[in-house]
Design a protein around this ligand. Structure first.
Ligand SMILES: *Cc1c(COP(=O)(O)O)cnc(C)c1O
Length: 339
């Protein structure tokens, strides 16, 4: 597997640390939990989209793009990392933000990721929920194109075969860290949304014949839809890499029991996960993604899904900047108001 044959703009702080979570492991009395710190990729408070954007933005530069466009939910971490990456390359960035939660908290609408996007010089445009946002983005892009601008559009979450290469790379990086330190791992768990992270990881793991089960914890779609999205993108990614057919449908496993009311709406188990990670390990999770992923991990451990002497790696996909858009979820002592 030769990732260097694909254009890439090196910007992330890699390799991200792989750390043991002693206090959380002890608290749960179960498997040894490790964390892969993709919340520390370096770009404007970090997160998983930076790895994908290394490949996407290199492609944009090669195509001579002047304007980068993408879309996401109001508190999209992907939008924030795209805005930051574009400003680093001196490119204009325009973002479509979809109101998926109906929140009227002013901080949800203007602070957190939205504030950072504006600091990075991006322009944003708000949309009501329920539209085909990739199609809306192409409409706006066509207006820029009619004015003679070169536009590069990135799908929501940066999840296409080019973006997924970032997580093929992460699979290689993680396995190298384990191999170098003689550390055997039994499971990898992470939050899955627009599918690029899980698709890239499973493709990389299969390409290396790692034989480590990968579990995505869903944040939006039902199980069948989520697994199908991941599987289809993994197949396209394997094709791009020149190894079509290496991913089987049964390699793709998502558990969508922790979504709660819906995308972007905090859950009691997610808030508990935020508090446990913050108080036991000084690690910040976000209510939309990493907290729901961690809530799944914690609940499955409590239910005995993993064996006590397993070693589990939780991939921290980032998102802490969104906490400031969700301040009204917590009271002044940091407790969840609806608990
Ligand atoms: C986007 C995102 C995810 C999900 O990754 P996908 O590649 O979209 O599945 C998980 N966690 C955080 C913090 C994210 O921003």
């Amino acid at each position: 597997m030769h990732l260097a044959k694909f254009p890439r703009r090196f910007i992330a702080h890699l390799p991200t640390p792989l750390e043991r979570l002693d206090r959380l492991s002890k608290e749960l009395g179960g498997p040894e939990i490790w964390i892969k710190r993709d919340d520390c990729t370096g770009l404007s408070t970090g997160g998983n989209k930076t790895r994908k954007l290394e490949f996407l933005m290199a492609e944009a530069e090669l195509e001579g793009a002047e304007i980068i466009m993408t879309q996401g939910a109001t508190q999209s971490n992907h939008a924030r990392q795209t805005a930051a990456f574009a400003s680093k390359l001196g490119l204009q960035c325009h973002i479509l933000l979809e109101d998926r939660t109906g929140s009227n908290n002013p901080n949800y609408n203007n602070s957190g990721n939205v504030l950072l996007e504006h600091l990075h010089g991006a322009t944003t445009q708000k949309y009501a929920s329920g539209l085909d946002m990739n199609a809306e983005m192409e409409k706006v892009a066509d207006k820029f194109r009619a004015d003679g601008k070169k536009v590069y559009t990135i799908p929501g979450g940066g999840s296409n075969p080019t973006g997924a290469l970032g997580y093929v790379n992460c699979a290689f990086e993680l396995l190298a860290q384990c191999n170098d330190s003689g550390m055997k791992i039994d499971h990898i768990v992470h939050a899955t949304g627009s599918a690029g992270t899980q698709a890239g990881l499973i493709t990389g793991l299969k390409a290396m014949n790692a034989q480590i089960p990968l579990l995505g914890i869903g944040v939006r779609a039902p199980k069948e839809a989520q697994e199908t999205n991941v599987y289809n993108l993994a197949c396209a990614t394997a094709e791009k890499l020149g190894c079509p057919g290496i991913v089987n449908r049964e390699d793709v496993v998502a558990n969508t029991d922790y979504v709660g009311e819906g995308y972007g709406i905090p859950t009691a188990s997610g808030i508990e996960a935020i508090q446990m990670f913050a108080e036991l390990e000084s690690i910040l999770l976000d209510p939309v993604y990493s907290a729901k992923g961690a809530a799944g991990l914690i609940d499955l451990i409590r239910k005995g899904h993993f064996s006590k002497d397993d070693r589990i790696v939780f991939l921290h996909t980032g998102g802490s900047a969104a906490l400031f858009g969700y301040d009204s979820t917590f009271d002044h002592s940091g407790r969840w108001i609806n608990a």
